[in-house]
Design a protein around this ligand. Structure first.
Ligand SMILES: [Zn+2]
Ligand SMILES: [Zn+2]
Length: 57
């Protein structure tokens, strides 16, 4: 079903790209990627998607 597949894609897009468990809660301001949960967003020094270095925080 088309709708079901879209929902699964959306769910995957909203799962943290580091721990793959938590929901995405943190946006990298420099690149605009929305890809980590809150706890990992504070720990990582660069975006896991494009590796842009996070600075100023
Ligand atoms: Zn996470
Ligand atoms: Zn990025």
């Amino acid at each position: 079903m088309k709708i079901k597949r879209e929902n699964e894609t959306l769910k995957a897009a909203l799962t943290c790209k580091i721990c793959m468990i938590e929901k995405v809660m943190c946006t990298f301001l420099l690149c605009g990627h929305f890809c980590t949960c809150l706890s990992y967003g504070e720990q990582v020094s660069h975006c896991p998607l494009c590796r842009m270095i996070k600075t100023g925080f």
